[in-house]
Design a protein around this ligand. Structure first.
Ligand SMILES: Nc1ncnc2c1ncn2[C@@H]1O[C@H](COP(=O)(O)OP(=O)(O)OP(=O)(O)O)[C@@H](O)[C@H]1O
Length: 123
């Protein structure tokens, strides 16, 4: 099969992202998290390195969520009936999202804690 031109590939990729944004509640929730973090980055005046870490974590979670949704869709397509192996595959994909969220929370606490501590002591 002939490969589509580059601008078509970008178009299809954006279409995929728009689909997940419209249809997946968890993805929307993580986008909300990204917006909150962008607000905190500006409000607290995070350094470049701290900003990079937070943005990296947000997109890491969004990426694992997109891959998880993709795996769920493939599973539902190839096996709509109950199947023990499909269950394990879906649980593993969900586990990957959980791992990305755990490490992001850990990084978030390390980055934000000194700023929040300072704001609290100013009151
Ligand atoms: N076909 C199946 N066979 C066996 N177990 C399944 C099957 N489909 C779903 N499960 C079990 O149900 C769980 C939830 O699956 P489901 O497809 O509903 O994901 P979900 O609730 O949409 O997950 P997420 O919140 O990550 O989007 C899976 O992790 C798995 O344990």
């Amino acid at each position: 099969m002939k490969k589509p031109p580059f601008h078509n590939s970008v178009h299809f990729t954006i279409k995929g992202l728009m689909w997940i944004l419209r249809n997946e509640r968890n993805f929307q929730f993580h986008i909300f998290g990204l917006i909150i973090n962008l607000f905190l980055i500006v409000f607290l005046g995070l350094s470049n390195t701290e900003t990079a870490l937070i943005i990296l974590c947000c997109f890491f979670v969004l990426t694992t969520e997109a891959v998880n949704t993709c795996i769920e869709k493939i599973c539902d397509h190839i096996q709509p009936e109950f199947d023990i192996n499909i269950g394990i595959i879906k649980d593993l994909a969900g586990g990957a999202v959980l791992l990305s969220v755990i490490v992001s929370l850990f990084v978030g606490i390390l980055v934000y804690w000194p700023y929040l501590n300072q704001k609290i002591s100013e009151f």
